[in-house]
Design a protein around this ligand. Sequence first.
Ligand SMILES: NC(=O)c1ccc[n+]([C@@H]2O[C@H](COP(=O)([O-])OP(=O)(O)OC[C@H]3O[C@@H](n4cnc5c(N)ncnc54)[C@H](OP(=O)(O)O)[C@@H]3O)[C@@H](O)[C@H]2O)c1
Length: 246
Amino acid sequence: MATVLIIGASRGIGLATVNAALEAGYSVRALSRSASAIHFYAPKLEKLDGDALDRDTIERALVGVDAVIQTLGVSPAPELFSGTRLFSAATRVLVNAMEAGTVRRLICVTGFGAGDSRGRGGLLYNAALCLFLGRVYVDKDLQERIIRRSRLDWTIVRPTILTNGPHTGTYRVLVDPREWTSGFISRADVADFLVAQVDDASLLQTGRTANSTSHRHSRCLQSSKTERVPRTRVLLACRSLPCALI
Ligand SMILES: NC(=O)c1ccc[n+]([C@@H]2O[C@H](COP(=O)([O-])OP(=O)(O)OC[C@H]3O[C@@H](n4cnc5c(N)ncnc54)[C@H](OP(=O)(O)O)[C@@H]3O)[C@@H](O)[C@H]2O)c1
């Protein structure tokens, strides 16, 4: 089984992805500044404390790895409001290191509203995103651009609003921009999708065909109980958007 490097592994989607990858049988190298604080042990889990902005750390972390899942996030304050360069800077370091080495597969979490999904979440979602996360998403735009222009085999994953709900495995993967709409998805379901991409080439964009339109290969993830959930239910969910963002 492949070895997966997860960057941003100590909390949230990253930690859920560590769990999901181990369950799927992968060897996992978990990188974050406080990876050693991950509260469980497993024979196939290696915890690596380090900063994603540091080139030496990333080069060391890539040794012997087959795929990379990047799930970095910023703390609620002050970066959330003052803006951040973490996403673009860390992604530049990562992409440069991967292009100089042998690891080609990159799966990266950004968010619904980044890149060409901006303005597609409906009035309330768009307004909240602009108000609370506008500065952060400017950097996520840049992060996506760096990935799209790379020579890597990449998949950009844009979850809608995250919850700490359970793994259901019944989320929707919306590829067609005409279907993109805001909604909710649990971190555990995002993790499920990320891990499934490690050995699934059907949704990746390869740097060698970077001329093709990127939106066809960017993912918008949204949870639903079944594939046939009425659209109105999704719109109802939007009403609690401000609470869900907190
Ligand atoms: N909240 C939402 O509704 C929503 C919706 C769509 C997308 N997203 C995006 O989803 C992503 C994950 O969010 P989340 O809430 O699940 O996770 P999170 O709690 O924000 O966790 C972020 C992770 O990044 C790590 N990290 C931060 N800076 C680092 C650095 N310099 N070097 C190494 N690791 C670093 C943190 O670990 P250390 O502190 O230990 O380094 C942590 O493990 C974020 O990009 C977020 O913007 C969120």
